[in-house]
Design a protein around this ligand. Structure first.
Ligand SMILES: [Zn+2]
Length: 148
C-alpha cells in the first residue's frame, strides 16, 4: 500500500480511472502493481507489447475526458459474497470484513478499495503520461497531474 505521508487522493483517484481505461481499451486487467505519489506515479500492467504513440495519446485523452465530465466519486457497501462474484478482492487488506466498500466513479468505474478519494473527478486536474515502457511482459505507465 501507499505510505501515508505520500498519499494523494487526486493521484489515487486518477489511478482508478486509468485502470478502467486500460481494461476497456486492451482488456488487460487493472494494474497488478503500482506506486502512487503526489509528484508522479506509476502503474504496471500484464501486457504483450509496447504501446504506440497514438495509443498513449488515446489513453491520456480518454482519462482527461472522464476527469472533465466531473463525475461523482461515491462509496457503496456490498456483501462480500456479491463482491467476490464481480471483483478481484485480493488487493484489499486482510480483515476488510463482510461488507466490502466499492468506489464508483460515475457510471465509468467500480472497484473495491479502502483508500481515500476525491469527491468529483475534476478535482484531479489534468492527467499527463510522462513515459511508458515494456519489458518482460510488463507495461509500465508513469504519469503526473497538472493543475488546470
Ligand atoms: Zn481507491
Amino acid at each position: 500500500m501507499e505510505s501515508r505521508k505520500q498519499y494523494n487522493p487526486q493521484m489515487h483517484s486518477a489511478e482508478h480511472i486509468l485502470n478502467q481505461t486500460m481494461v476497456r481499451m486492451f482488456n488487460c486487467g487493472r494494474s497488478f502493481s503500482n506506486h502512487i505519489e503526489k509528484k508522479k506515479s506509476k502503474c504496471d500492467y500484464h501486457f504483450e507489447r509496447a504501446l504506440t504513440d497514438e495509443e498513449i495519446v488515446d489513453i491520456q485523452d480518454k482519462v482527461n475526458n472522464i476527469i472533465q465530465k466531473d463525475m461523482p466519486v461515491v462509496e457503496e457497501y456490498i456483501s462480500r459474497d456479491d463482491a467476490e462474484q464481480s471483483y478481484n478482492l485480493s488487493k484489499l487488506p486482510d480483515g476488510a470484513g463482510d461488507s466490502i466498500r466499492l468506489i464508483k466513479i460515475g457510471d465509468y468505474d467500480a472497484c473495491p478499495c479502502s483508500g481515500q478519494h476525491i469527491t468529483h473527478t475534476k478535482e484531479i486536474g489534468k492527467f499527463k503520461i510522462i513515459s511508458t515502457n515494456f519489458e518482460n511482459s510488463v507495461l509500465r505507465i508513469r504519469f503526473k497531474l497538472l493543475d488546470e
